[in-house]
Design a protein around this ligand. Structure first.
Ligand code: BES
Ligand code: MN
Ligand code: ZN
Length: 501
């Protein structure tokens, strides 16, 4: 993992493979971002001109390399584009993305210095987090020489290194960055290696390392407890389901949050098998559980004054002679019955069990995170998750916090009339499918049925942003993205600070 440090050294005297500066689009050509002054001096004030000659425009995501000038101790200057020039400070997301692009571009080198705008604690945190996320590489299955090593060390240049808020900012970036990278690793691990049992074992080991209480219900305990949703989905697989509880408690906590993650380690669709073209990326169907686990560990590492219980609903959805059939009726945890009309609508079944179980502990708020529906991807695209809730304020809060944390989300409704399609014409209390139109909202309405009276609940459908299939951009690599981790951490921080949803 890339090491991150902060230094107050002058850019000119820093020994590194590369100095990273920011450039932006000004009204009259490219401009250098704050921080680059000393580097510019080494170029006799002509750095913008030099870069422009090389084709730099300052566009977001652009990178231009220049051999260093005399007087600098780094061999290379890397200019990264920040987009439009900003008079009164760059947007934090622009800084995160630029640092991410720089870190990825410099993969293979030992040491890079980030000489980007880093005046305020918030800016320092953004540059640090972007750098850590951009240096991520998933190397588990790559042979030697097949892919560059991530940049070894990132040094962030910041004048106010020693101040208390700057220190906290770097610490927070390190925790959030490392935990997001943990979630990415879990998502990227191949489904023949990550199954409910191995995921639970990883959670147990990491929980132990960080002083969290981890309890695992195996298939026997699930049968004994009557977890019909988890068992019904896991039936078809040789890898039986698990329900994992990860508890973080703080002595001064005034509130308890329950985070629930969909953890389908592979979603083939089951008997309602997905066609080719739809199952190649379905190892990502546990991204909600990965995000929840990472967020609980982050809450612990940050020492937040709030109790956070994570619930990982883990199962593998496979077709076989023992698999649940379309037409089967499951008795869910808590007693409700569900007619399974489509075995590919499995996420809501494992989540329903976990929501009822989490509700028994009477948390103040439940937030579930799930790669739940293709319909949400059709509605919002690949970079935005949907936020639904049984409480308008909570939905707005999560949407706002997501934006502050650098995650794109959008509030979605739970229209009452869509409930009918799941309750009429079924022999059970509910069907696991309803109207095709508004499928993402139907799934949300299904989950809502399992939330105990009086508990605030929100649902994040991350099916779009959880897994990135295109070329890397900003600090987002190919594969697992760690979608929703930052939103959950921010929500826990906000709750710890005493703000009600
Ligand atoms: N895991 C999928 C949803 C998904 C789709 C996640 C694309 C990530 C990317 C989920 O289990 C699923 O198959 N949902 C069905 C529900 C339908 C059968 C009611 C869907 O959205 O098609
Ligand atoms: Mn499915
Ligand atoms: Zn699924």
């Amino acid at each position: 993992m890339t090491a991150l440090s902060v230094s107050t050294s002058a850019a000119a005297s820093l020994r590194a493979d590369a100095l990273v500066i920011g450039v932006a689009k000004g009204p009259k050509g490219i401009v250098l971002a704050p921080g680059a002054e000393a580097v510019n001096e080494a170029f006799e004030g002509k750095l913008a001109e030099v870069l422009s000659t090389l084709g730099a425009t300052g566009a977001e995501g652009e990178t231009v390399k220049v051999p260093s000038a005399a007087g600098l101790k780094a061999a290379l200057v890397l200019a990264v584009g920040l987009g439009e020039a900003a008079e009164d400070g760059y947007e934090l997301e622009a800084l995160r993305r630029a640092a991410g692009v720089a870190a990825r571009t410099l993969a293979g080198s030992k040491k890079a210095a980030l000489v980007l705008p880093a005046e305020s604690a918030e800016e320092i945190e953004a540059v640090a987090l972007g750098g850590l996320l951009g240096s991520y590489a998933f190397g588990t299955y790559k042979g030697n020489g097949n892919g560059k090593e991530p940049v070894g060390e990132l040094v962030l240049l910041a004048a106010r290194k020693g101040s208390k808020d700057a220190k906290a900012a770097v610490e927070r970036a390190a925790v959030v960055g490392e935990e997001m990278n943990r979630a990415r690793d879990l998502v990227n691990t191949a489904p023949n290696d990550l199954n409910p049992k191995s995921f639970a074992a990883i959670a147990q080991a990491a929980g132990k390392e960080h002083g969290l209480k981890v309890e695992v219900l195996d298939e026997k305990a699930l049968v004994k407890g009557g977890f019909g949703g988890l068992l019904g989905v896991g039936n078809g697989s040789v890898n039986p389901p698990r329900l994992v509880k990860v508890a973080y408690t703080h002595p001064k906590a005034k509130a308890t949050l329950a985070f629930i993650g969909k953890g389908i380690t592979y979603d083939s669709g089951g008997i309602s098998l997905k066609p080719a073209g739809h199952n190649e990326t379905m190892k990502c169907d546990m991204a909600g559980a990965a995000a929840v686990f990472a967020a609980v560990v982050a809450a612990k590492r940050l020492g937040l004054a709030v109790n956070v219980t994570g619930w990982l609903a883990l199962a593998e959805n496979m077709p076989s002679g023992s698999a649940t059939r379309p037409g089967d009726v499951l008795k869910m945890y808590g007693g409700k019955t569900v007619e399974v009309l489509n075995t590919d609508a499995e996420g809501r079944l494992v989540l329903a069990d976990a929501i009822v179980r989490a509700g028994e502990e009477n948390p103040d708020v439940i937030v579930d995170v799930a790669t739940l529906t293709g319909a949400m991807v059709l509605a919002l695209g690949n970079r935005t998750f949907g936020v639904m809730a049984n409480n308008d304020d909570l939905r707005e809060t999560l949407h706002t916090l997501a934006g502050e944390a650098g995650e794109q989300s959008w509030p979605m409704p739970l229209p009452a009339e869509l409930r009918k399609g799941m309750t009429e014409s079924t022999i059970a209390d509910l069907a696991n499918m309803g109207d095709r139109m508004g499928g993402g909202l139907v799934a949300g309405l299904f989950l809502k049925e399992f939330v105990a009276e009086g508990i605030d609940w929100a649902h994040l459908d991350i099916a779009g942003p959880a897994f990135h299939e295109g070329a890397p951009f900003g600090y987002t690599p190919k594969g697992g993205t760690a979608s929703a981790v930052r939103t959950l951490v921010r929500f826990a921080e906000r709750t710890a600070a005493g703000d009600k949803a």
